[in-house]
Design a protein around this ligand. Structure first.
Ligand code: NAP
Ligand code: ZN
Length: 353
């Protein structure tokens, strides 16, 4: 066991603060990674502030961070895919049972034994729970390590490990592509990646935002149309017309307004994870045989596919790079939807702690 520098929170109302955390010594299949950048996901905030208490109670101390990009410093003797010096990524998962139906189908995110990058019981007994990427290093089994295409800038590649795969996976599942009309609700970290993917996949892409000031950016990111969702007339023009809508909103909002915009057999997928239940008016689903569903990150193989797609199309997140000392301020700005469009922590800033 050795110690890493990190930022950790002691409780739901405590700020993130410098800490020293235990990491396991590498085993045969492990990759040791020096973390260079870590994105800030709204899930980090939901978890650190225990907003998901009813479904996923937080365990403290908590080191968030599951959008990790770094450089391999050392590998265990059985590692075959990576060597020292490689640039790699780690997302939301660091282990799974590897035997269940979901793991066998490459859908590790649905494995009952999945180990999340932070807040999951630590199978190696180094700490009560796993600790995430707001840290200078992490040890991960090579099976849960991803390769980052060499043409991507690293600060902007980090958010692909969660925001990227979480939006790419449902779009592939629901066959987003040319000839489809696709909506993306909420232009935050996830939403702006959703726009880039929908556009790159060839769909007619419409952004729904509560922030009129983001309209120009939405077009630059790849939207064909932008709708300010508070404007009922603008919303009404799109009634019954969407094949697919991806809802990336982190807070309470009216999903029925979007269900009404779906065409016959259209689907609305939630990736946003508000802490309280959202009322769904069933009649909106009955008329038009529409469906309302959810999606959770993506499996390892699909995450690599997404990264390679990003390499091919030159896609990264639009990031505001910050030192870790500004992480609490970044959280407060995220709550106010004031992020363009993802914070990425430059982990070199941790050296001065
Ligand atoms: P984010 O960067 O904070 O973006 C959320 C966006 O939602 C905001 O920028 C805002 O966009 C919109 N919004 C915020 N409050 C709203 C409100 N009251 N009504 C309507 N719109 C509102 O968050 P994120 O990191 O993209 O994450 C979004 C959600 O996805 C979070 O709940 C997160 O936990 C969840 N998530 C889920 C998965 C998964 O696997 N399913 C993975 C990662 C994250 P506008 O300004 O454009 O309105
Ligand atoms: Zn995330």
């Amino acid at each position: 066991m050795f110690h890493s520098k990190a930022y950790s929170t002691a409780g739901k109302t405590s700020p993130l603060a410098p800490a020293s955390i235990p990491r396991r010594d590498p085993t045969a299949n492990d990759v040791c990674i020096e973390i260079l950048f870590c994105g800030i996901c709204h899930s980090d905030l939901h978890y650190a502030r225990d907003e998901w208490h009813e479904v996923m109670p937080a365990v403290y101390p908590c080191v968030p961070g599951h959008e990790i990009v770094g450089r391999v410093t050392e590998v265990g003797p059985a590692v075959t895919k990576y060597k020292a010096g490689d640039v790699v990524g780690v997302g939301c998962l660091v282990d799974s049972d590897r035997t269940c139906r979901h793991c066998q189908e490459g859908l590790e995110q649905f494995c009952p034994g999945m180990v999340l990058t932070y807040g999951s019981p630590d199978r190696h007994g180094t700490a009560p729970v796993t600790y995430g990427g707001y840290s200078d290093s992490i040890i991960v089994d090579e099976r849960f390590v991803l390769r980052i295409p060499s043409n991507l800038h690293l600060a902007g590649a980090a958010p692909l490990l969660c925001a990227g795969i979480t939006t790419y996976s449902p779009m592939r599942h629901w066959n987003v592509g040319a000839g489809k009309k696709v909506g993306v609700v909420g232009l935050g970290g996830l939403g702006h990646m959703g726009v880039k993917f929908a556009h790159a996949l060839g769909a007619h892409t419409v952004v729904f935002t509560t922030s009129p000031g983001k309209a120009e950016d939405a077009k630059r990111l790849g939207a064909d149309e932008v709708v300010v969702s508070k404007n009922a007339d603008e919303m009404g023009k799109h009634a019954g017309s969407f094949d697919f809508i991806l809802d990336c909103v982190a807070a309470q909002h009216d999903v029925n307004a979007y269900i009404g915009l779906l065409a016959r057999d259209g689907n609305l997928t939630m990736v946003g994870a508000p802490d309280k239940p959202l009322p769904v008016a069933v009649f909106g689903l009955l008329f038009g045989r529409r469906s309302f569903s959810g999606s959770l990150i993506g499996g390892l193989a699909e995450t690599q596919e997404m990264l390679d797609f990003c390499g091919k199309h030159g896609i990264t997140a639009d990031v505001e790079v910050i030192p870790i000392q500004r992480v609490n301020e970044a959280y407060d700005r995220m709550v106010k939807s004031d992020v363009k469009y993802r914070f990425s922590i430059d982990m070199a800033s941790l050296k001065s702690e």
